[in-house]
Design a protein around this ligand. Structure first.
Ligand code: FAD
Ligand code: FES
Ligand code: MG
Length: 278
């Protein structure tokens, strides 16, 4: 069977984090901020989701940014420009509700910073004032600092080890801004689950509407398999078709953390097998 999705470029933008531009004209034509694709790297590959970070309908291209954490993302990272990805399905998920909210704080942690890029761009386009907060474990893992600085009205940076910006977490930066009297009409966050939970805990007492993009395990991405089940406001929701964005104050983050660990053992075995085969 003919392979379909040509990789046009690939660059390492931080250790173990790659940006890839792929020819995918139909997806590029329909993509909207907040949506994602589901890929299969080769014909034996598992299905896994990645966010649409950028797209160009004229050139027929999409841009993905991914962290190599396990077998599928490592295999994807090995595909050279000019070679092909077996399958890409999308755009999937609901687009972000972009409106003129006023002053929006947008927070990205780790590879979640890639997710916030289309948010910031779309929010700015309709006239919002955007305060962006990005964070990573260390300075060399910070993503899209230049791009987000150019788009945002102001940007704050935090690193866990203090190698750049404020030492601490993105939620600490948000907390200190709020304590100084800064007012936000909306807060949006994407990143590690514990970061999104911390952001929700910071905004809850201030009653600021807070949206998070959830990252549960996804397989089909169309509401059929149930693997992306999350509990929001006490109700079961499927993140692929009901999300991936939800009201952070309603999300059961503990359950999400536990469900993300479901296949840890199998993932470790598969990763070891991949290393043994290299
Ligand atoms: P594995 O070793 O298989 O898994 C490592 C960990 O990743 C697991 O413990 C689990 O927590 C998670 N994971 C595994 N399989 C899946 C799966 N099928 N679906 C979701 N999570 C899984 N990562 C990025 O780097 N960039 C992105 O833009 C991005 N966007 C995402 C958008 C959505 C809507 C979701 C749900 C996840 C997104 N992710 C993104 C996470 C990405 O899908 C996982 O890192 C990837 O599936 C890991 O696969 P693996 O085989 O390399 O690692
Ligand atoms: Fe299968 Fe959402 S990924 S139902
Ligand atoms: Mg995997």
């Amino acid at each position: 069977m003919a392979k379909k999705f040509k990789v046009l470029s690939k660059e390492e933008i931080a250790p173990q984090i790659k940006r890839m531009v792929i020819k995918a004209p139909l997806i590029a034509k329909k993509a909207k901020a907040g949506q994602f694709v589901i890929l299969r790297v080769d014909e034996y590959g598992e299905r896994f989701p990645l966010t649409l970070v950028d797209w160009n309908p004229n050139a027929g291209t999409i841009t993905l940014i991914f962290q190599e954490v396990g077998v599928s993302t490592k295999k994807l990272g090995k595909i050279a420009p000019g070679a092909y990805i077996e399958d890409i399905v999308g755009p999937l998920g609901n687009p972000t509700e972009i409106d003129r909210y006023g002053h929006v704080a947008v927070i990205g942690g780790g590879v979640g910073t890639a997710l916030i890029y289309p948010w910031v761009r779309s929010l700015k386009r309709v006239g919002n004032h955007v305060t962006t907060i990005i964070g990573a474990r260390s300075a060399n893992l910070l993503l899209l600092e230049k791009e987000l600085s150019e788009l945002s009205d102001e940007i704050y940076i935090s690193t866990d080890d203090g190698t750049k910006g404020i030492k601490g977490f993105t939620s600490d930066v948000l907390k200190s801004l709020l304590e100084k009297g800064r007012k936000f009409d909306l807060v949006m966050a994407a990143g590690p689950v514990l970061m999104m939970k911390a952001v929700a805990d910071v905004t809850r007492p201030y009653k600021i509407k807070t949206i998070v993009s959830l990252n549960p395990i996804m397989v089909d991405g169309t509401g059929m398999c149930g693997s992306c089940r999350v509990t929001v406001g006490g109700k079961t929701r499927f993140a692929c078709v009901d999300g991936p964005e939800f009201d952070a104050h309603e999300v059961d983050f503990r359950e999400l953390i536990n469900r993300l660990r479901t296949y840890r053992e199998e993932e470790q075995i598969a990763l070891q097998h991949l290393k043994d085969c290299q």
